[in-house]
Design a protein. Structure first.
Length: 183
């Protein structure tokens, strides 16, 4: 099973990078083939579905090989980062049938408003949001690369197990959509 973890902010000093790397490492330990997609590697200024740039095609090919996604993002002003919005908007049909886990990161609130927005966006893209983990007070949760709070480790593992179940169940839908894309 192939999992793509999207790190949804390019901001310098981003705390969500620790979270995304932790999730990627744990998924790998559970047997997933994992790739981290960092928005800072796709800093696009616009979306234009009829003019495909090399960056957009590279992102598209990564999504087409995915069995599931995890989006890791901080809450910015009650929503999600603009660079994540632009990246997600570069494609549409390719997301059909992808189960997605949403992981929010915040210094205080945990990203509740961000979670609401990303759920709506995911449904619009025809993904299926199947779980979430909200990282509250992220500054206090890590010691280096290691997560100090066992409750969060359990939540991440449960999210990954849920994603695997849905990835298997939704495979026929993804395959049908991808055949349409090729045809």
């Amino acid at each position: 099973m192939k999992l793509k973890v999207i790190l949804g902010t390019a901001r310098e000093g981003r705390k969500s990078e620790n979270v995304a790397k932790y999730i990627a490492r744990k998924a790998s330990e559970l047997g997933w083939e994992v790739e981290l997609i960092d928005v800072k590697d796709y800093l696009l200024c616009y979306t234009h579905r009829w003019k495909i740039t090399p960056e957009m095609e590279r992102y598209r090919s990564k999504i087409l090989e995915a069995d599931a996604l995890v989006i890791v993002a901080p809450e910015y002003n009650g929503g999600y980062p603009g660079e994540l919005k632009i990246l997600l908007d570069t494609i549409f049909d390719e997301y059909e049938g992808l189960p997605v886990g949403i992981v929010t990161v915040s210094s205080v609130t945990g990203g509740v408003r961000l979670l609401q927005e990303l759920r709506l966006a995911a449904v619009n893209y025809r993904m299926l949001p199947v779980g979430q983990v909200l990282f509250y007070n992220v500054d206090d949760l890590f010691e280096g690369d290691e997560l100090k709070d066992g409750k969060y480790a359990e939540r991440v593992e449960r999210l990954l197990q849920t994603l695997e179940k849905y990835a298997k169940a939704l495979k026929p839908i993804r395959e049908e959509g991808r055949r349409r894309e090729e045809g």
